[in-house]
Write a protein that binds this ligand. Structure first.
Ligand code: ING
Length: 300
């Protein structure tokens, strides 16, 4: 039994004006709650340190102020220190600016000592580059980030094979299978998903929650791995983000689900050996896949 007690630390809204210190304090409060419950790993959302700023144009917000030039840094060091004190591994997303000025939608994974063991840069950027007046709200991730250049790596951490993806990545089966082919046992991801579709106003929240859950449960089942998907939720400056954070087992069943759109911790005991049956039978890739028929997937 390789059981990891996993915490999904859903966060409520972060307003444009909220500073990093206030956000980090909220993250530490969730971390303390997770420590009380004996968690060994806590997963935070995509862009966990700031509001979802890709909804704003340059003249509407101080876009450069939302990026981090180093990680950890002065604002986040207290979070890393608290995680180390608790002996809890963490993962969270943030906007990364490299010394060369390149910008990525990034997430990191630490071990229980607070050391960063993995970094991931979001590959599938939804939305658009130019301002689109037809949309009810903007989604300028293609304007503010480059597609990730690190692929979909996995890392052995805390006795398990772990991988990361971010938000829209979860909707693409290739994301899951590339990690599945590396033996991933736990995929952690954060998301900031608007409650309404900027191009299809009548698409209800229920449908959006369904498509998110469908993407995650399918990815977990089809690759015999655990998945922890954590939302930033609630109303950010008048723009609602959906909740729906879940923990999914290697058979695709939801074993924990957030009930609110605020700061909320969901917890599950995840036995990494529960991945073995699927990987050794129905999804024994070596035995069952027929790659001679799959070429189109990597073609244009
Ligand atoms: N947000 C959304 C997501 O993929 C989206 C964008 C929503 C795309 C719904 C398609 C349908 O969850 C981010 N940040 O990727």
């Amino acid at each position: 039994m390789r059981v990891i007690k996993i915490g999904g630390a859903q966060m409520g809204p972060i307003q444009k004006a909220e500073d990093r210190a206030s956000v980090v304090a909220r993250m530490i409060a969730l971390l303390d709650r997770a420590a009380e419950q004996g968690c060994g790993l806590v997963v935070f959302p995509e862009l966990a340190l700031t509001t979802f700023f890709p909804r704003w144009k340059e003249h509407e917000a101080d876009i450069p102020s939302f990026y981090e030039d180093a990680m950890p840094n002065a604002a986040t060091q207290p979070l890393f220190d608290r995680a180390k004190a608790h002996g809890i591994a963490i993962s969270f997303g943030y906007a990364e600016r490299t010394p060369e000025g390149r910008r990525f939608n990034t997430s990191i994974l630490t071990d229980r000592t607070g050391a960063i063991v993995g970094k991931y840069r979001k590959v599938h950027l939804p939305g658009h580059v130019e301002y689109d007046p037809e949309r009810t709200h903007q989604h300028l991730e293609k304007r503010y980030f480059e597609p990730g250049d690190l692929g979909f790596p996995v890392w052995r951490n805390e006795g398990a094979v772990m991988g990361m993806c971010i938000c829209n990545d979860r909707r693409w089966p290739e994301t899951w299978r590339v990690m599945g082919l590396q033996g991933v046992e736990l995929v952690v991801l954060g998301y900031n998903t608007p409650s309404v579709n900027s191009q299809m106003g009548d698409e209800g929240l229920e449908k959006r929650l369904y498509h998110s859950e469908l993407s995650i449960t399918s990815g977990a089942y089809q690759n015999a791995c655990w998945a922890v998907a954590v939302a930033k939720a609630g109303d950010e400056d008048g723009h609602p983000l959906m909740g729906g954070s879940i923990i999914v087992d290697p058979n695709g069943f939801v074993v924990a689900r957030a009930q609110t759109e605020g700061d909320e911790l969901i917890v599950a005991d995840a036995d990494m050996d529960a991945c073995n049956f699927g990987k050794e039978t129905i999804f024994d890739f070596a035995r069952h896949r027929r790659i001679e028929h799959y070429g189109r997937i990597t073609a244009q």
